[in-house]
Design a protein around this ligand. Structure first.
Ligand code: ATP
Length: 883
């Protein structure tokens, strides 16, 4: 199973596991006397002595402790939620291996932006499995596991702990969990020993502290340390700032000295100053800057949420009684949106709570707001949460939290808020903000704070229009568009806005104002939000903002009733009428519930007789979501991950949905195509093969493919941008597929390390591309041999008018081959052979051939070996076009 795949992959890499979580630590700490055993001996241990120190040679005291620690951990890690345990309710989720796009200087704004968003099929292929991990001999000791709020990070950690405690991960002698919230303990009174054995989350009392600690140090490779409770990657990143030399020395000299802060110890572990051989598992939401962290990470894993099967399993565990379960499943079917929300395990739990409470008879909530509303049905709690949400939205400082510092919150509300991401931990956050304002945080606060309008303390009634503009995430300045908005904050905003549009009766329950005051207040706020949303200029919004807007409108639109309210309906119509015709979500992760929301908005567009061209590339949309969107009657054309589209076609063929399939094939577009990853070419190869064979599967031919795949026929421009490292890996595939792209007009293969061998293959492939007009072969290490082969093909390309061989290694011999074919290239107007290896001899020959090329406008051929006088001579004589 996937969970076991992860755990076994962890097992493969790790040894002892320590998890640090704040709650119990201070209490336990006081019961431990400061240690006295020196660890110098263990530090000096040779690999041989290290082996001697393995589990089997542990002293009875250490063994006993480990058993006791495991028993304690088994007990403490069991509970997922009140009444739910791992043993009874855990669903084995998928963990996906992710890759980074690039690590450049300016790309570290947000992890989301740095990760390659793969299609659904590739994502499934990347789920971590035994075989993949075992086959990988690279030591993975720095693992980053991320997932958005509620995706099950903490639950997975608990499961890992439980498994270790049940001896299912024998490669670790110790597992420790460390909680980021402990960074608030600022006194310099801790040592590594107290951190692991007293402060860590599942620490249990120990009678042989020194013996256990010595064992940990002796076999640090058999230790797993899990960091949890960090709100975002940036919080880790801050711990990676270089430690002062004296601190490093003192930590290494005596890590048992109780004179360090938690921060220093965390930093030292993360920077491999302490326990250098241990395995680190860093868990967080995927937000914040993290370039340093990403550079260190050996492996990036992501929790990908519940699949349909997982949801079914969860429901069957949640409702063990089969009658209740069937009723719940049926009831859930009545709300597609809630069904899709269950993709998030945290929300799945909330949905089950609602199903359970409603006894499967009441109408289900239709929005996230409605769901939260029903879960915390107590008036007091909801009113508190709604005002928090509103306050948070109003005081949107540096993406800050909505959890006011001094506000007394009930445990229940705090738990709910934190779990859903509506609230974020204030203590950590305050630090980040402060740092941001002091300018250490680069991006952070400063400027934006000034943008926020005042009047926050004046109470809700005085929210001004200006405030609304500032608080909703639709600023259209270039900076605001670039800034990643997505995180827990958007949920807060959605909730605040959604609450305004909840049914009047529901809202009435929340306040203590008189009926009229309340009505006016809600009405004026509703009007402000509506006016703002309706006043937006859609063309100025980024794809992420358009999606956010769809989310807002959904929250405002639907209450408990079947149809949406009057204002909501108006907003939805307005949205549908104004969505850009070329609607792109390229690069914006589209979750299943969001796909539903977009589908809803587009459907409305149908009522207004509007049709759309939809771009879903790099959105990670699931195939079932793709199916829903492509199936809409008012979609003119669509783009999406080619592999996913092919899978959709295959599914449609299998289910016999011929008409749908025909539409899905004819509406699909891939022009213009820029291949930046290896998989892009692999997918294209598959599509071209369908096009050439005129059938989807190996067996029968398909009548709707009689003319091949329209998307391939209509592909006019292909840019191959895989770079010198990845490019050569898929060039052979490219040579195979090129002949299938008969109508290609523009082929850009710059910087792909083609070389002479590749040039020969390319020459063969090019022969069939009779429509080719522009060919860029710059910077490709092509020499005389290669150009000789290519030159023969160039003659066969009647429409080629622009050819670049800039910066290759062509010398005079190659120039001669080119000169021989130039007069036969009927359409050529521009040739670039600058920065090659030819001398004045080659230049002279090429220049001379121009006499017979009447159409040629420019021939660029400068390089250091050609004396400048040569050009002057050529220009004065007969070739003014040679540069
Ligand atoms: N694999 C799972 N099986 C069963 N329930 C799960 C699973 N994962 C998560 N849940 C449910 O979702 C809830 C939220 O999960 P969890 O607290 O682990 O999320 P998280 O990713 O740590 O969120 P946050 O970022 O807010 O801390 C859990 O309390 C549990 O009810």
């Amino acid at each position: 199973s996937n969970y076991y795949e992860l755990s076994s992959s962890l097992m493969f890499f790790f040894s002892p596991v320590f998890i640090v979580d704040g709650a119990v630590a201070p209490v336990l700490m006081s019961s431990f006397p400061p240690g006295s055993l020196s660890d110098t001996a263990s530090k000096a241990m040779s690999p041989l002595s290290f082996r001697k120190f393995n589990l089997f040679n542990q002293s009875c005291g250490v063994k006993d402790y480990i058993q006791q620690y495991k028993a304690h951990m088994a007990e403490r890690s069991q509970a997922i939620e009140a009444g739910l345990t791992l043993t009874s309710h855990y669903v084995d989720v998928q963990v996906i291996r992710r890759e980074i796009l690039r690590l450049g200087k300016n790309t570290n704004k947000c992890l989301d932006m740095e990760l390659i968003i793969t299609g659904d099929i590739d994502r499934q292929k990347n789920s971590v499995g035994h075989s993949q991990v075992r086959g990988d001999d690279k030591c993975k000791r720095y693992i980053l596991l991320f997932g958005k709020a509620g995706m099950g990070k903490t639950t997975l950690i608990k499961k890992l702990c439980l498994d270790w405690s049940k001896d299912r991960t024998p490669q670790f002698d110790f597992v420790f969990v460390l909680d980021g919230k402990q960074l608030t303990l600022t006194e310099p009174v801790y040592s590594l020993q107290t951190l692991l054995l007293s402060v860590s989350s599942f620490a249990s009392p120990c009678t042989d502290l020194d013996g256990v600690y010595a064992q940990i140090l002796a076999a640090s490779k058999r230790v797993l340390i899990i960091f949890d409770g960090f709100e975002e990657l940036r919080d880790y990143e801050m711990l990676l700032q270089t430690l002062e030399k004296e601190l490093v020395t003192s930590l290494q000299k005596d890590s048992k000295l109780q004179s360090f802060t938690i921060r220093q110890l965390f930093s030292a572990i993360l920077q491999r100053v302490l326990l250098p051989g241990c395995t680190l598992l860093l868990v967080t939401r995927p937000r914040g800057a993290a370039s340093q962290l990403l550079r260190r990470a050996d492996s990036l894993l992501e929790l990908s949420g519940f699949t349909t099967t997982h949801i079914e399993t969860y429901l069957s565990k949640y409702f063990p009684d089969s009658e209740l379960r069937d009723a719940a499943v049926d009831h859930l079917k009545s709300s597609s949106y809630l069904n899709l929300l269950c993709w998030n395990p945290g929300l799945c739990h909330l949905v089950c709570t609602v199903l359970e409470r409603s006894k499967c008879s009441e109408a289900l909530p239709r929005t996230l707001t409605g769901l939260c509303h029903q879960v915390i049905s107590e008036k007091e709690l909801l009113s508190q949460l709604s005002s928090l949400a509103w306050e948070g939205v109003k005081s949107n400082k540096s993406n800050s939290s909505i959890l006011p510092a001094e506000q007394a919150l009930s445990t229940k509300l705090r738990e709910f808020g934190l779990r859903t991401g509506l609230l974020v931990s204030q203590r950590l956050r305050t630090k980040t903000d402060k740092r941001g304002r002091e300018g250490q945080d680069g991006e952070g606060g400063g400027k934006e704070d000034k943008n926020e309008s005042g009047g926050v303390e004046d109470g809700e009634e005085k929210v001004k229009e200006m405030d609304i503009n500032a608080i909703l995430p639709f600023q259209t300045s270039a900076k605001a568009r670039r800034k990643p908005q997505r995180g827990e904050f958007e949920l807060t905003q959605r909730f605040a806005v959604g609450l305004l549009f909840q049914s009047r009766t529901e809202l009435n329950r929340l306040h203590s104002y008189t009926e009229t005051v309340f009505r006016d207040m809600v009405a004026s706020k509703q009007a402000l939000v509506t006016k703002h949303l309706e006043g937006l200029s859609f063309s100025d919004l980024s794809p992420a903002q358009v999606l956010e807007l769809c989310n807002y409108v959904h929250e405002t639109g639907f209450t408990h009733e079947e149809s949406c309210g009057e204002t909501g309906s108006r907003m939805l119509n307005h949205l549908a009428a104004n969505l850009p015709e070329r609607l792109t979500f390229r690069g914006v992760p589209l979750s299943p519930p969001e796909t539903f929301i977009v589908q809803n908005a587009l459907k409305r567009g149908g009522a207004e007789v509007r049709s759309f061209c939809l771009d879903l590339e790099d959105s990670g949309i699931q195939i079932r979501g793709l199916r829903d969107l492509v199936g809409l009657s008012n979609i003119n054309t669509y783009r999406a991950c080619i592999a996913d589209v092919i899978t959709l076609w295959e599914q449609l063929k299998q289910s016999g949905e011929d008409e749908f399939l025909q539409g899905a094939v004819s509406k699909f577009k891939i022009h213009p195509l820029k291949a930046t990853q290896v998989c892009h070419i692999e997918h294209l190869e598959k599509l071209v093969s369908i096009h050439v064979r005129k059938k989807l599967s190996a067996s029968q031919s398909d009548s709707f493919l009689a003319d091949g795949v329209p998307a391939v026929r209509e592909l006019l421009k292909l840019e191959f941008e895989l770079g010198p490292e990845n490019g050569p890996l898929v060039l052979p595939k490219l040579w195979d597929l090129l002949p299938g792209l008969q109508n290609l007009q523009h082929l850009d293969l710059e910087k792909s390390k083609i070389g002479d061998k590749g040039a020969e293959k390319l020459a063969d492939a090019l022969v069939t591309l009779s429509s080719l007009e522009i060919l860029n072969l710059s910077q490709n290490c092509i020499g005389d041999e290669g150009v000789k082969k290519l030159a023969l093909t160039f003659k066969e390309l009647p429409k080629l008018h622009c050819l670049s061989l800039y910066s290759n290694v062509i010398s005079d011999e190659g120039a001669e081959s080119l000169a021989a074919v130039l007069p036969h290239m009927a359409s050529l107007t521009e040739l670039d052979v600058k920065y090659n290896k030819m001398t004045d001899v080659g230049a002279q020959i090429l220049g001379a051939s121009l006499k017979n090329c009447t159409k040629m406008k420019t021939l660029r051929m400068w390089n250091q070996c050609i004396p400048y006088g040569m050009f002057e001579r050529l220009q004065q004589q007969d070739s003014p076009r040679a540069l």
